[in-house]
Design a protein around this ligand. Structure first.
Ligand SMILES: [Zn+2]
Length: 85
């Protein structure tokens, strides 16, 4: 099945996708490869540990920003200063 890549806008054949997690966006194999390289960089830079759910969440934000799904690129959300009532 042909799909349009979110990142570059090119059509690609779903059959050529190796990584099933790339189909959630969708992303062509080239852009997915670019993202996985970028993800390694982010993980190293931010010392993300994929066994920690919070860290996985943080990486997911970068992933969305990379594919243009989220505007707040590279910015981690701060906890709102809420006082317990
Ligand atoms: Zn692409």
């Amino acid at each position: 099945m042909m799909k349009v890549c979110l990142k570059c806008g090119k059509e690609f054949d779903e059959k050529h996708v190796d990584d099933p997690s790339s189909t959630i966006y969708p992303s062509c194999p080239d852009c997915w490869k670019e993202w996985t390289n970028y993800a390694v960089m982010v993980m190293n830079e931010m010392r993300l540990d994929m066994s920690v759910p919070e860290h996985r969440k943080a990486l997911r934000k970068y992933e969305k920003a990379f594919f243009g799904l989220e505007k707040s690129q590279g910015e981690l959300q701060k906890n709102p200063d809420k006082r317990p009532e």
